[in-house]
Design a protein around this ligand. Structure first.
Ligand SMILES: Nc1ncnc2c1ncn2[C@@H]1O[C@H](COP(=O)(O)OP(=O)(O)O)[C@@H](O)[C@H]1O
Ligand SMILES: [Mg+2]
Length: 286
């Protein structure tokens, strides 16, 4: 999750005190702990729109992914096979802005409906112990694993793995482009800000779902946007690395790096020591 200083909810999060919110109608809960105002509002929306999930509705199964801020499990919810992204409790105990960032991830994802964007089914917003997203379960690999035949970044393909056909690779690029166009055409626009192969998941038919909205932000019309560093250097637009203002075009840059990777079948910058992290950063970013 981002720790950039540009977020409009930072101040609210810093000021978060003992706001006791109304949880009437939320299944399985009688008492609300203190929480950030943005998180409280998002929880209100979840209850109102029927996507609030109580922890005891979830049967957790094996771990299927480990992110920077969360563990991802296969789970059963109301008889459905789902994925549960469970935020680590330490995150909320150690970072005053974490509740607002979690609220933002949910707020963004809960409004998206597109065949190539990961589908949110519900969520629990009870920090620090019970903050999780319930999403569709994808059985395929990440785009990076699908393309390179393994998790590791290495020059040679693992023995026995075959590069998918050019037609398949172009189809994946088209699916990502459709998802990103949809996000950028929303009002307000949605910037993903961390588009990279490990955040593009594939279903059992190898169809794309753009996922991980932990860095995503809304960008109101007419504004130029945000400053502050986020995302992953290799796929990150120069203006973002340099902490200059940027718009949804930062996602277009990331898409360009992924498109090149799909067409060549090579990791970006694999043959050079001059990667984007060597771009000289202004001292304000250090
Ligand atoms: N819905 C899902 N279905 C299957 N695997 C998933 C799902 N969501 C996440 N994963 C796995 O967990 C990893 C980390 O998830 P992600 O949302 O990117 O977490 P983080 O925000 O911590 O990076 C992904 O790269 C993927 O391997
Ligand atoms: Mg991720």
């Amino acid at each position: 999750m981002s720790t950039s200083n540009d977020d409009k909810h930072d101040d609210e999060a810093e000021a978060a005190t003992a706001v006791v919110d109304d949880v009437e109608g939320e299944p399985g809960l009688t008492e609300a702990p203190p929480c950030d105002p943005y998180l409280a509002a998002t929880r209100g929306l979840a209850v109102q729109h029927g996507w609030s999930v109580a922890p005891d509705e979830i049967e957790l199964h094996e771990l299927i992914g480990r992110g920077t801020t969360a563990d991802i499990h296969r789970a059963t919810w109301r008889g459905l096979d789902v994925a549960v992204k469970w935020m680590r409790p330490e995150l909320f105990l150690s970072n005053a802005s974490a509740e607002a960032f979690f609220a933002q991830e949910l707020d963004v994802l809960s409004r998206q409906r597109h065949p190539h964007v990961l589908r949110l089914m519900g969520a629990c917003l009870r920090p620090p112990e019970s903050c999780f997203l319930v999403t569709e379960l994808l059985s395929g690999a990440t785009l990076g694993e699908w393309l390179h035949g393994g998790k590791e970044r290495r020059r040679e393909r693992p023995p026995g793995s075959v590069l998918p056909s050019l037609a398949e690779r172009v189809s994946r690029a088209l699916e990502i482009a459709l998802a990103m166009r949809y996000l950028h055409e929303q009002t307000p626009r949605v910037l993903h800000r961390d588009l990279k192969p490990s955040n593009v998941l594939l279903d059992g038919d190898s169809r794309v779902r753009v996922s991980d909205f932990g860095h995503a932000r809304f960008l109101p019309d007419g504004t130029e946007a945000l400053t502050g560093e986020t995302g992953t250097y290799v796929y990150m637009a120069p203006e973002v690395i340099r902490c200059e203002p940027y718009t949804e075009k930062c996602d277009v840059y990331s898409f360009g790096v992924i498109l090149n990777e799909l067409l060549t079948g090579e990791h970006p910058y694999i043959d050079t020591s001059y990667g984007p992290s060597k771009v000289r950063l202004p001292s304000s970013c250090l």
